[in-house]
Ligand binder design. Structure first.
Ligand code: G6P
Length: 494
C-alpha cells in the first residue's frame, strides 16, 4: 500500500493502460535469442493518439515462454527498441497461475458467460478446480494492480481493459485512491439471469471489482445496461439514469457508466488495402474463385473470423449449404470464401470447434463441388493481407456471431470494398446498433433466416448495394480508434 506517499490533489497527465495481451510478443529461438513482434488492433492504434508521451506506460502479461524470458531479461520494462519507443511493462506471472487465470477463468468462464456459450445441462459445474483457478485469477489481477500502483504518478489516469482484469479497478483503488481509474469491456455483458450462473461470491466480486473504477465503459448501450442490471440484481446497487447518462452506486461510491463504440480506422485500412501484397492475394483468390459457365466471375460470400466459438462459423456454413440446396441457381455461380484463423488452441473445445468447421466445409465441397467449382474456399492460416484482399472483392460479407461485443470485420469490409458489398449481420453483434439500418439483419441461430438473407444479399441491385456500402462505411468510421481512446480519457478526467 503506497497511497499515503501520494498527494491526491496533484493531477498528472500520465496515462497508463493495462491489458492481458500487450502490444508486443516474443518468440524464443533454440539458441535462446528473442524475436519481438509488434501487434495491431484498436488499442495499439488508439494509444498512439497520445503521441510520444514519454510517461505513458502499458502494463501487460507475459503470455508464453518467449514473453516470460523477455520480461525476466528486461526486469519489467521492455527495451524500447522492441516497442517503438513505448514504455511497456510485461509481467512475468508464473506459467501455472497465468494458465489458470487466462484459460481457466477468463476464457472458459467469463467469456462463456458474456457470450452465452454454455451447454447448461452439463456445464458449468463450479467445483474444486474452479476454486484453484479463481485464486489464480485473483493473484494475476493483484500482480497488475501492484504494477500499476508502482508505475503511476500522482493523479494519473489508468485505463484497464476487459474481462481478464475485472478485479484490478477495486484493487488499484485500495492501493492508490488518488488515481483516475477507467475500465473498458470489449465483450458483451451477460443478461442478469445468465450472469447468475456464476457462483454468488464470484458474481459479486467481478462486479465490485469493475465498480472500483470511476468510470466503466462498454461498446454499446445494450452491454452497459446489462452491466447495470447485474449490479442492481446481484449487489442491490442503485442505478440512476439522467438522459443518456447512467450511474451505478454501491457501498457509498458512484461509478459512471459510459458507451464508446469503437470504429474502424479508415485511413489505415484504405492505405494498407492498396499495397502490392494485397493485390497479389486478390489475384490468387480470383484464380481460386474462378468463373461460372456463363463466363462471369463467380460471386463471393466472404467471412473473416478467428475460429472462436461465439463467431458461429458452423451455422454460417449450414446456411450456405441451405442456400445451395434451396436456390440451385447459385450452384457453380457463388463461392463461400471463409477465413477462420486459429484462436485459443490450448482449450480442447476450441480445437474441436476448429475441426468441426473443416469437417462441415469439406462436407459441402463433397456434396456440391463439380468441375473447377469449389463451393467453400476455407483458409485457416492468419494472413492480414489476404483478409483485406477478400474484403475488397466480397459481394456479400457474412458476419453472424452468436454474440459479439462489436465485431470490427462488419465495420472494415464496407470501408475497403471495391464495388460495394451487401452485409449480412447478426442482430446479436454490437455493430448491429450502428450498422443495422443498412445491413440485412439476421437471427444468428436461425439457419433458414440466414440462408434467406444470403440469397437476398446476392440479388441486391448494384446501386442499392453501393448506396448501403457508402452509408455503412460512414457509420463504421464515426469513432476511429484514436478518438475512441481520447474520448474515454477526457470523460474519465472530466
Ligand atoms: C477479442 C475480444 C477482446 C479480447 C480478445 C482476447 O478480440 O473482443 O475483448 O480481449 O478477444 O483475445 P486473446 O486472443 O488475447 O485471448
Amino acid at each position: 500500500m503506497v497511497a499515503a506517499s501520494h498527494e491526491p490533489q496533484v493531477s498528472s497527465s500520465q496515462v497508463l493502460v493495462a491489458s492481458n495481451r500487450g502490444p508486443v510478443s516474443y518468440t524464443l529461438g533454440d539458441d535462446g535469442s528473442l524475436t519481438a513482434k509488434r501487434g495491431g488492433g484498436g488499442l495499439v492504434s488508439g494509444l498512439s493518439a497520445i503521441g510520444s508521451d514519454a510517461d505513458a506506460v502499458w502494463v501487460c502479461a507475459a503470455l508464453g515462454e518467449g514473453d516470460r524470458a523477455a520480461a525476466r531479461r528486461a526486469d519489467g520494462l521492455l527495451p524500447q527498441t522492441d516497442t517503438a519507443g513505448q514504455r511497456v511493462r510485461m509481467l512475468d506471472i508464473p506459467a501455472g497461475t497465468f494458465a489458470d487465470a487466462y484459460n481457466g477463468v477468463a476464457n472458459s468462464v467469463l467469456w462463456f458467460v458474456h457470450h452465452l456459450l454454455y451447454q447448461t445441462p452439463l456445464e458449468p459445474a463450479f467445483d474444486t478446480a474452479f476454486e484453484t483457478q479463481w485464486a489464480a485469477y485473483e493473484a494475476y489481477n493483484t500482480a497488475f494492480a501492484d504494477a500499476l500502483a508502482h508505475d503511476a504518478e500522482p493523479g494519473a489516469a489508468v485505463l484497464v481493459q476487459d474481462y481478464h482484469l475485472t478485479l484490478v479497478p477495486a484493487l488499484l483503488r485500495e492501493r492508490r485512491p488518488d488515481l483516475r481509474i477507467g475500465h473498458f469491456s470489449h465483450t458483451p455483458w451477460a443478461p442478469a439471469d445468465y450472469y447468475r450462473l456464476l457462483p454468488d461470491d464470484t458474481a459479486a466480486a467481478v462486479l465490485r471489482g469493475v465498480l472500483g473504477a470511476d468510470r466503466a465503459a462498454f461498446l454499446t448501450r445494450r452491454w452497459a445496461e446489462a452491466f447495470a442490471a447485474c449490479c442492481a440484481d446481484v449487489l442491490g446497487a442503485s442505478v440512476e439514469r439522467d438522459g443518456e447518462g447512467l450511474r451505478v452506486t454501491h457501498d457509498g461510491r458512484t461509478t459512471r457508466i459510459g458507451v464508446h463504440g469503437l470504429g474502424a480506422d479508415a485511413d489505415f485500412l484504405r492505405e494498407r488495402a492498396h499495397r502490392p501484397d494485397v493485390a497479389e492475394r486478390m489475384a490468387a483468390l480470383r484464380e481460386q474463385i474462378g468463373t461460372g459457365d456463363d463466363g462471369a466471375p463467380r460471386r463471393t460470400i466472404v467471412r473473416v473470423d478467428r475460429t472462436e466459438l461465439s463467431k458461429n462459423i458452423v451455422r454460417g456454413l449450414h446456411a450456405y449449404r441451405r442456400l445451395l440446396t434451396e436456390q440451385p441457381q447459385w450452384r457453380g455461380r457463388v463461392v463461400h470464401v471463409a477465413f477462420a484463423y486459429p484462436s485459443r488452441q490450448d482449450l480442447a473445445v476450441y480445437r474441436e470447434y476448429t475441426a468441426e468447421v473443416s469437417r462441415v466445409a469439406d462436407g459441402i465441397n463433397a456434396e456440391f463441388g463439380a468441375g473447377d467449382w469449389t463451393p467453400v474456399v476455407l483458409h485457416v492460416k492468419d494472413d492480414f493481407a489476404r483478409s483485406l484482399a477478400a474484403y475488397r472483392l466480397a459481394d456479400v460479407a457474412l458476419v453472424n456471431p452468436i454474440r459479439d461485443g462489436m465485431n470490427l470485420v462488419a465495420k472494415e469490409v464496407p470501408v475497403v470494398s471495391d464495388d460495394g458489398c451487401a452485409l449480412v449481420l447478426s442482430r446479436e453483434a454490437g455493430a448491429a446498433a450502428e450498422l443495422g439500418a443498412d445491413a440485412l439483419v439476421v437471427n444468428p441461430y436461425d439457419v433458414r433466416d440466414t440462408a434467406r438473407a444470403l440469397h437476398e444479399a446476392l440479388l441486391m441491385a448494384p446501386d442499392d448495394r453501393a448506396g448501403r456500402t457508402k452509408r455503412l462505411a460512414a457509420a463504421a468510421t464515426a469513432l476511429p480508434p484514436q478518438r475512441w481512446f481520447l474520448d474515454q480519457l477526457a470523460a474519465l478526467r472530466g
